[in-house]
Design a protein around this ligand. Structure first.
Ligand SMILES: Cc1cc2nc3c(=O)[nH]c(=O)nc-3n(C[C@H](O)[C@H](O)[C@H](O)COP(=O)(O)O)c2cc1C
Length: 215
């Protein structure tokens, strides 16, 4: 397998600029890149090192179209019910929220155009039934997205598809004991990577007792 080109290799630069990239080009992604980001996912910790994860890579156009229709339908229902309408937020957070909603709506309409959709799946049998070990899938997902960023690939962690999980299971032959924890579109981004809105460390860190902050 040829080694993928590492586009961005500074660790903190990768973390600082890894964000939801929802506007993706249709250009194909080489298979070795997909394998590389899944390799990164499988380096993550898991409860008892059970590694109860599977990654289902979807590139079939008809299947992607069907998934997009279900995803878009669920997203539209959420919008219709007022999801994301937050006039109460302070200005900086409201701007960020508006941008997220706009870009999430773009993704719902264009999900099938991503060259690759990856379902990050959690095996929920035996020891993995508990939230602690069952949630091992999420560090793996983060590893995958960081590795994608390092290669210049855009990703977004999405969960809206779960409203149609049963249909997705049927479409892709996924057993009932498996949870599709996230659907991650992967592709070359149309825009540039950059840092998203995040609260400062001092605002979210307490020292020795709840609520005690340090400057
Ligand atoms: C558990 C979880 C579920 C998410 N579900 C969705 C989703 O269904 N659709 C979507 O477009 N983004 C989803 N996101 C992405 C968030 O909206 C995104 O990480 C957040 O707004 C920060 O955006 P940024 O990384 O661009 O700054 C999800 C993120 C997490 C962690």
């Amino acid at each position: 397998m040829p080694e993928p080109t590492i586009v961005e290799s500074d660790f903190f630069e990768v973390i600082g600029t890894q964000r939801a990239m929802r506007r993706l080009k249709t250009d194909p992604v080489p298979e070795e890149y997909i394998k590389k980001i899944i390799w990164a996912a499988t380096r993550a910790p898991s409860g008892g090192n059970t590694q109860g994860w599977r990654f289902l890579v979807v590139t079939d156009d008809a299947k992607k179209q069907q998934i997009q229709q279900w995803y878009n339908e669920s997203w539209q229902k959420m919008l219709d019910s007022g999801y994301g309408h937050r006039p109460d937020l302070p200005e900086a957070e409201r701007d960020s929220n508006d941008r997220v909603m706009k870009s999430a709506t773009y993704l719902a309409r264009h999900m099938h155009e991503a060259p690759v959709l990856i379902f990050a799946c959690a095996l929920m049998q035996g020891p993995n039934r508990e939230i602690t070990s069952g949630s091992s899938i999420y560090p793996a997902i983060q590893n995958l997205m960081l590795a994608a960023r390092a290669l210049g690939l855009g990703t977004a962690l999405t969960t809206v598809h779960r409203a149609h999980q049963d249909e997705i299971r049927t479409l892709l032959g996924i057993p009932e004991t498996v949870e599709t924890a996230a659907l991650i579109p992967v592709g070359w981004p149309k825009g540039k990577f950059g840092s998203g809105f995040r609260k400062p460390v001092e605002d979210v860190t307490y020292w020795d007792s709840w609520g005690t902050k340090r400057k």
